[in-house]
Design a protein around this ligand. Structure first.
Ligand code: ATP
Length: 371
């Protein structure tokens, strides 16, 4: 039997609501998380991510709805299972280690109630310290560690708990960029190796895309899209999701023809009304006035003599290691940002811009989708 099938549990959240006085923090959220899935809850500040995670953990009591973990109802009707009996581990933003215990004892803490022999427990603890790369810190106390090291201890402690679900509350937000990247990779690999289901909250879309098997996007207490990272990037359901997951530009456009297969031709508000082909997210009428959302991967740059494309002028260029990110003025006060090219186009240069229909979407900018 694989570790995944032994440990991971599914989580089912059904029409969950949570009110804080007048404030509706969660509004009918339903999510089914398959065992072994790494789910990232993504949303802006105040969208309800923490409240949802805390309801799953049992730290917060929902106002309505049900939650099951591993097929057992933990919230519903009169049932409310306290956090310590939900068989889950948590990694918090602020590490939450026991200050009076050494690193080794912090990691061994969840094993105290385990049926393992003492020597097996010590072996498991050493193995976990090794996996998160902090064997050499085993005898130190938390106040003798950096933030990144403390978070590694918290991760090892969560992995030590013999449970099928691990909850992460923005665990990387207090770390600098380098440490964030390293620890992100370790969280992704070690959680999956341990065969645990994960629910991870962040407001950082690149972190969400990098970690998730599934992403749940929250806005104002509602789940507005639940999908794979690829589908969220390629088929955002609403203008909110498109914007929140990163666009290089958003422009008012006019539909000039419907081309079938979800493709439409639209007239741009710059480039002398140049027409491009884009993907339509909803069924549109010919002549509709809508918005065009352009992902940065939906634009390529070419020399000005290139036959196709729209004219633009480079306003800014930034080296990012792999190549260059450009900001381009396209006329009529519009611009595109974060347009990548492996070669550098200097400031003030004329370029031609070519649009890829699969990464350019058209929809009503006020479109909302409720799950
Ligand atoms: P952030 O990314 O800033 O942590 P979030 O998406 O996690 O935000 P929540 O912390 O879940 O959002 O908050 C959702 C809404 O509920 C917010 O408007 C918040 O002000 C409100 N809220 C959360 N906890 C309480 C509380 N204990 N009392 C009153 N309002 C609360």
């Amino acid at each position: 039997m694989s570790e995944t099938s032994r440990r991971a549990v599914g989580v089912s959240v059904n029409t969950l609501g949570k009110d804080f006085g007048e404030k509706r923090a969660l509004d009918g959220v339903s999510i089914d998380v398959e065992p072994g899935t790494f789910l990232v809850l993504l949303g802006p500040s105040g969208s309800g991510k923490t409240t949802l995670l805390r309801c799953v953990a049992g730290i917060e009591r929902p106002s309505s709805g049900t939650i099951s973990i591993g097929g057992n109802v933990v919230v519903g009707g009169k049932t409310f299972v306290p956090p310590e009996r939900r068989r889950l581990a948590m990694v918090f933003q602020d590490y939450a280690l026991w200050p009076h215990l050494t690193v080794r004892k912090n990691v061994a803490y969840p094993l105290a109630t385990s049926s393992l022999e003492k020597s097996e427990r010590a072996g498991r603890c050493d193995d976990l310290l090794g996996r998160v790369g902090i064997n050499h810190l085993a005898d130190r106390y938390p106040n003798e560690l950096s933030g990144g090291e403390q978070q590694r201890v918290a991760l090892a402690r969560a992995l030590a708990a013999e449970v099928g679900l691990i909850l992460f509350d923005e665990p990387l937000s207090n770390l600098d960029a380098d440490r964030r990247e390293q620890l992100r990779i370790e969280i992704a690999t070690l959680t999956r190796e341990a065969g645990m289901t994960a629910i991870y909250i962040t407001h950082d879309q690149s972190e969400a895309f990098a970690l998730a098997d599934q992403i749940g996007v929250l806005n104002q207490g509602r789940l507005v899209q639940f999908d794979t990272p690829e589908n969220i990037y390629r088929h955002p359901d609403s203008a909110f999701v498109a914007r929140f997951t990163g666009v290089a530009g958003e422009f008012p456009v006019h539909v000039t023809s419907l081309m079938g297969d979800d493709r439409v031709a639209v007239a741009l508000p710059f480039g002398s009304g140049h027409t491009i082909v884009a993907s339509s997210i909803e069924s549109l009428k010919p002549d509709a006035d809508v918005s065009l959302f352009v992902r940065s991967s939906g634009v390529t740059l070419a020399e000005p003599a290139h036959g196709e494309g729209v004219r633009g002028v480079i306003r800014d260029v930034a080296f990012n290691g792999r190549g260059y990110d450009h900001v381009i003025d396209v006329g009529e006060g519009f611009s595109l940002t974060k347009i990548f090219a492996t070669t550098r186009f200097e400031r003030g240069r004329n370029v031609k811009i070519c649009f890829d229909p699969s990464a350019c979407f058209v929809m009503d900018p006020t479109r909302e989708v409720s799950e």
